[in-house]
Design a protein around this ligand. Structure first.
Ligand code: AMP
Length: 215
């Protein structure tokens, strides 16, 4: 299965993609994760991407195209993949087509995780990662035991550098202006499937699997 996840920052793309990866062995290909890894490793590419990421702007199309083409050509993507955070604008959606043709694959679905703006804000400002386990948590929504389990084991609840209110506002604006047009793009291509992205992670996952015909 070859899926693109669409949805605003905080819509749960990463969380749901990770779950599909764990349960169905589909690699989650997240340009955000790949870029953060490049920044953390202080590579030339990471240094080029960092300023845009810190400001909540999109990194240039040529940088992300290079990253995605290299990642999709790896063996583990040959049986399918979940694209999480790519494409982010119409140019990237067009750029993706020859990349997929090159590896002899085409998309099965573009899944939109649909979430109201006020919920997005809480998900983004509350989002944390446990420094020990990498588990994604949220100070507003995660059970207190799960938050405590991280800190009591000596971990820290780390906030992403771009999850501060100012950058979040810009990321949501960029989403509305540049990424939302992809909804019509994939609807016109007959690939769009919409999943209500509100409720618990389990509920959303069950809806997602039903929509994809996996349950
Ligand atoms: P994400 O983790 O998907 O929210 O991405 C975090 C940041 O990485 C974004 O705010 C952008 O600065 C950058 N980024 C991730 N994916 C892309 C993409 N497809 N195109 C351009 N920039 C991206």
């Amino acid at each position: 299965m070859r899926i693109v996840f669409l949805g605003a920052p905080g819509s749960g793309k990463g969380t749901q993609a990770k779950r599909l990866m764990e349960e169905h062995g589909l690699p989650q290909v997240s340009t955000g994760d790949l870029l953060r890894a490049a920044v953390a490793a202080d590579t030339a590419l990471g240094r080029r991407a960092k300023a845009a990421m810190d400001a909540g702007e999109l990194v240039t199309d040529d940088i992300v195209l290079g990253i995605i083409a290299e990642r999709l050509a790896q063996d583990d993507c040959s049986g399918g993949f979940i694209l999480d955070g790519y494409p982010r604008n119409l140019q990237q959606a067009r750029d993706l087509e020859p990349v997929l043709a090159e590896i002899g694959q085409s998309l099965d679905s573009a899944v939109l995780l649909d979430v109201d703006m006020d919920i997005l804000m809480k998900r983004l400002t509350g989002r944390r990662t446990c420094s020990l386990t990498g588990k994604l948590l949220n100070v507003y929504y995660s059970p207190q035991e799960e938050l405590d389990a991280c800190t009591q084991a000596g971990g820290e609840l780390v906030q992403r550098a771009d999850d501060n209110e100012e950058t979040i506002g810009n990321r949501l604006k960029v989403y509305r202006e540049q990424t939302e047009p992809l909804i019509d793009f994939y609807r016109d291509a007959g690939l769009l499937k919409t999943v209500a992205g509100e409720g618990s992670i389990d509920e959303i996952y069950a809806r997602l699997k039903r929509t994809l015909g996996m349950s």
